[in-house]
Design a protein around this ligand. Sequence first.
Ligand code: ADP
Length: 263
Amino acid sequence: EERTWMDRFIDSGFIDTFRYYAMQIHIQHLWKRFGSHDVLKDICLKKDDIHALVLIGPSGSGKTTLLRCLSGLIQPDQGSVSINNTKLPSDEEALRDYRKHVGMVFQSYNLFPHLSALQNILLPLEKVHGKTYDEAMEIAQRMLKRFRLEEQAHKKPYQLSGGQQQRIALSRSIAIAPEFLVLDEPTSALDPELTVEVLDMIKELRQEDIHLILATHHMGFVTHVADYICFLEDGRLATHGHAQEILKSSEHPSVQNFLTQVL
Ligand code: ADP
């Protein structure tokens, strides 16, 4: 029987390889409580084809708490999380290890204030990731060059703009070759004119297919990066779906209400 190029293509495993490069996120019945306040309530999500997951929702809806759970910074009270077939561990030692594979950038205060931009990237590679000084230096310099930040290499955070600081923080999070990046409103502390350079860098990372899980209020930006959107409201996953469905045609009244406020 004649084999077509398509049969050979399928046999080559290319499609499986491609699928592998999507992120798997399985969240089952996740609950998180602070004191008597249920901040995350029974979050469930099962997706195998994610490249960039975006969390949206009003302030206080639980986005940061969910990102902190997914990064292994805090432990849920109930439920489980598994990303790329790796289950979020429950003991502290294993969690510390898990966190090494996650790149994280928060709203602000990401950099060590007493270190230069270069040292900020270099130090975690050496101290946390076991690179030699020479290896760490090579990676740090490559990152600064790649993101056009060489001129800032020897400046301390206070000598950099907020946008430059966040770009250094992003460079540092990429330098460790993370499994995925978690970004919590990385531009919310920035003036609008500095926001663009940070969003552009995140778009660049997305184009390189670095996996992203992020919270943001910039809906215009969401349309550029998101392939899947989760809308949180009062600790619940009120609705979720592919970006276009949620943004263009969501019939969920609180999503519409939220979108009219932020757009
Ligand atoms: P969002 O990121 O959507 O603004 P958060 O996850 O920051 O929401 O917060 C959700 C709710 O959890 C808020 O009511 C907040 O006050 C509360 N919360 C968050 N972290 C803590 C904490 N460490 N202790 C007590 N309450 C917290």
